[in-house]
Design a protein around this ligand. Sequence first.
Ligand code: ATP
Length: 316
Amino acid sequence: MQSYSLLAPAKINLLLEIIGDRPDGFHELVMVLQSVELADRIDIQASDTQEIYLKCDHPEVPEDETNLAYRAAKLMFDTFPEVHANYGGVTIKIKKNIPVAAGLAGGSGNAAAVLVGINLIWKLGLTQPELQDLAAKLGSDIPFCVSGGTAIATGRGEKLASLKNLTDMWVVLAKYDNISVSTPWAYQTYRQEYNDSYISDAEGVKSRTAKVHSSPLLKAIAHKDSAEIGKQIYNDLEKVVLPQYPQVAALKAAFAAQDILGTMMSGSGPTVFALCESESKAIASEQQVRSQIRDPHLKFWITKLSSKGIQVLSSN
Ligand code: ATP
């Protein structure tokens, strides 16, 4: 039975800006998404049943049809029923290295890996844009996870354009393993608290009157100006998450006092990341923050920016 081992990298948000409300309940977003080297490993193998069998080594990750990787396999089965009947089912094994429910798109990356893996096992020959169209049906971060690197996402987050790849910076990720933030809660709270800062157009789309933060960051990325990138990273969801989770706010403040390029919460949190110009600065800032906060629930990862999306490690 043919099998593939794939790497599914985590992402951080260099920018998450909510620029409008939509009548369908979603938000108009501008996001700058960035892959990092920290990655889950996905082993996917053809099986002689017609089923999807999924195992994950992390106790908090579901192994049923609520797992995003399972849903990705189901989407492929439903989209290509004859190929599915011919090749049979799949066995998916997920080795989690990316913290779960952390704002790092762990589940989205796993789903992207399953789309790529089944495309290979079934020899479908789908191109990256074709895989991304399928990915968009599963969730707004998943098309990015297919291609990775540095990209700007607009609309609900599903319209993607690549930016100049950034790879020269190191990243410290820090997350309390006893704190999780609900993404719907973060967006709903933002909508309630900042409703007044929108104006409505004729179609009912509400737009922000406030300053848009993406332009200076995009300029800094175009110039690969690490110091300026560190200054221009931005996340609107911090406004609702940090007041509600003072430990996360204190963690960000502790990083801000270090010799780093910049610090920010990723996505809806609660992971805080610090951008650093070298590995030694990443290690030094991690050690300083660890010794200042001294909480066994606070976990750290040191990684690097990456230009890669889903990668094939090996095939059999
Ligand atoms: P995003 O940044 O895309 O919002 P996240 O990093 O905040 O994602 P995930 O790690 O993807 O969050 O997990 C969110 C929830 O989804 C978890 O609570 C988990 O139960 C569920 N989940 C479903 N499939 C997966 C998966 N393959 N890996 C991790 N979590 C998954």
